[in-house]
Design a protein around this ligand. Structure first.
Ligand code: PRP
Ligand code: URA
Length: 208
């Protein structure tokens, strides 16, 4: 199975075009990102383990299945926060552990500024959330942090990637599958994805 999953779902593609549009204001941007996250969550969780359960319906006994694995969300601050609500819509009781990273504007290297992970892993599967995978530095750093913490199973859920970011993350972490809505043409000379959508954090929080 391929390590890189790019959604071809018509709803994802429809919402992605609206998300990219420079006329989309922060309120609409937040709504669209949440909605795309719901759809990416559906795809990124398609191999979670389940176990059999029995429930009583008003008509009698029915067998069904429930999630067996404990899932944790790890949004990369800030823009990853925009995907949390969508994943929560699908899995309301899962834990959320934040990692704060920003890119140094000169070197494009990630700088860690927030990490309050507990002493040892409390979940079976970590879903790293960040809508933008540009050089891949932030995602690789987040996965490094989680692996050093002891996380065994890690997935990356994003929205738009540059080919350079996909290459970086898949090479650094062969065991981490990627779930994306698009892989764009390239990075420009200041590390922005082209055509991308601009600065995701600024568009999400209205700080641009
Ligand atoms: C953006 C984005 C990713 C990172 C991607 O964050 O949300 O975290 O850049 O770039 P990379 O793949 O080259 O590391 P940014 O550093 O702008 O911080 P912000 O989300 O707080 O705006
Ligand atoms: N971060 C963003 O928000 N956008 C890009 O295009 C690259 C990194």
């Amino acid at each position: 199975m391929s390590q890189v999953h790019i959604s071809t779902h018509p709803l994802v593609q429809h919402k992605l075009a609206l998300l990219r549009d420079r006329r989309t204001d922060p309120k609409m941007f937040r709504e669209l990102l949440r909605e795309i996250a719901v759809l990416i969550a559906y795809e990124a969780t398609d191999d979670l383990a389940t176990e059999e359960v029995t429930v009583m319906t008003p008509m009698g006994q029915a067998s069904g299945r429930r999630l067996r694995e404990r899932v944790g969300l790890v949004p990369i601050l800030r823009a990853g926060l925009g995907m949390v609500e969508g994943f929560w819509n699908m899995m309301p009781n899962i834990e959320v552990w934040h990692i704060g990273l920003f890119r140094d504007e000169q070197t494009l290297e990630p700088v860690e500024y927030y990490n309050r992970l507990p002493v040892s892993p409390t979940v079976d599967v970590c879903l790293v959330l960040d809508p933008m995978l540009a050089t891949g530095g932030s995602a690789v750093a987040a996965v490094d942090i989680l692996k050093n913490w002891g996380a065994k199973r890690i997935k990356f859920a994003g929205v738009i990637a540059a080919p350079e970011g996909v290459q970086h993350l898949t090479t650094a972490h062969l065991d981490v599958p990627l779930y994306l809505a698009a892989v764009d043409e390239r990075l420009n000379d200041v590390g922005y994805i082209v055509p991308g959508l601009g600065d995701a954090g600024d568009r999400l929080f209205g700080t641009g």
